[in-house]
Design a protein around this ligand. Structure first.
Ligand SMILES: CC(=O)N[C@H](C=O)[C@@H](O)[C@H](O)[C@H](O)COP(=O)(O)O
Ligand SMILES: C=C(OP(=O)(O)O)C(=O)O
Length: 349
């Protein structure tokens, strides 16, 4: 199975394709900032509140400074968009030309997003071990991006084994679910662990740290999807604002990721055309440490390595020069060129 697939219309992920960058508006509710910053996708969080929470969870008091109601249920209701609002957001995203989707926090939300025709469904970390819902989502047949916060490797193996036969087009995101995320809990190396274990799916990163450096490093470590929360103002009330990026940071992140991707370049090591002038100016050659007469046989103590004019035999040939016969006089400090030596297979610079 390929390590790349089409996540959105005409947009492949994995392989050598550019990292797919998701601007998670989530509960921050700013529908129009992502496109200006160059992100690929604007994303929300979709729940049917009574299906996501049981009654007791809905009535539990929520006294946090980030609360939008006296109970968790009222708080979540305040933050939940209606179906009509989703349709409007989708229309707006299409108008401005950015992919639009959401995480689905219950099966009814999976159905709703699927009917809406989102290009892929995000599985939030809290649902990564929700095997029955994962099966339900996978059977919809649209691509999935599955986050892994709060989970362990064993669970992620079970998720892989469940989803893979039903729907090959999914990826895992390394994620630590705390806001904002301390650097000592980021564990970017899990990206490598996932890549090693799940060799036929792309791997990405969903970050809740502050700043952009860690997300850029995630891309350097092979993340093919990158998700970050975005906000217009990090000091606004709400649990996710502090761990979000403001528009200028998101724009800088996207720019930096594209720079890093350009810099990945070729895995082959060779002297590039752009290095020729430096090689001509500073590259070294073998020169005569002493005057050498025609007929002499070269020994190491006759040879030195310098930046020389003209350039001659490269320093990596110095050991091969031992024992070679000189056929014309070479002055002290002069470049040793191939035509001053009896021919053999020693190559000139
Ligand atoms: C783990 C997880 O779900 N994380 C989500 C995605 O990152 C968050 O957006 C939460 O929904 C948010 O932090 C909850 O905040 P409150 O509890 O104040 O509504
Ligand atoms: C909670 C979500 O994401 P993550 O688990 O990646 O933070 C989400 O997408 O709703």
């Amino acid at each position: 199975m390929p390590l790349e697939f089409q996540l959105c219309p005409a947009r492949m992920i994995g392989g050598d394709h550019p990292c797919f960058i998701i601007a998670e508006i989530g509960q921050n509710h700013q529908g129009d900032l992502a496109i200006d910053c160059g992100a690929d996708c604007a994303k929300f969080q979709k729940s049917e509140i009574p299906l996501r929470f049981n009654r007791a969870a809905l009535v539990r008091p929520y006294t946090s400074p980030n609360s939008w109601g006296p109970t968790y249920g009222e708080h979540k209701k305040h933050l939940e968009f209606s179906h009509d609002q989703y349709r409007e957001l989708q229309r707006y995203a299409a108008e401005v030309g950015i992919f639009f989707t959401a995480s689905a926090w219950d099966e009814a939300s999976v159905d709703f997003l699927h009917r809406l025709g989102v290009p892929f469904i995000k599985v939030a970390s809290a649902d990564a071990n929700n095997l029955r819902q994962l099966e339900f989502t996978a059977k919809k047949g649209c691509p999935m991006v599955i986050s892994s916060g709060m989970q362990n490797m064993d669970t992620m193996r079970r998720v892989y084994d469940l989803v893979k036969p039903l729907n090959p087009n999914f990826c895992f995101l390394q994620c630590t679910s705390t806001y904002p995320l301390d650097l000592n809990n980021v564990n970017l190396r899990v990206i490598q662990t996932f890549r090693k274990e799940f060799t036929d799916i792309p791997v990405g990163y969903s970050g809740h740290e502050t700043g952009i450096a860690i997300s850029i490093a995630a891309v350097a470590m092979g993340a093919k999807v990158l998700e970050r929360h975005v906000t217009l103002d990090k000091t606004l009330k709400g649990s996710d604002h502090a761990a979000s990026l403001e528009p200028n940071e998101l724009a800088e992140l996207v720019r930096s990721v594209r720079c890093v991707e350009l810099a990945f370049g070729s895995p082959e090591k060779y002297r590039l055309p752009c290095e020729q002038s430096c090689a001509a100016k500073l590259g070294k050659s073998v020169v005569a440490r002493v005057a050498i007469k025609a007929g002499a046989t070269l020994t190491q103590d006759m040879l030195a390595v310098k930046v020389a004019e003209p350039s001659g035999l490269p320093p990596e040939e110095i050991f091969n020069l031992q024992g070679r016969r000189v056929i014309s006089d070479i002055k002290e400090d002069d470049t040793i060129t191939a035509d001053a030596l009896e021919p053999n297979n020693c190559s000139a610079k």
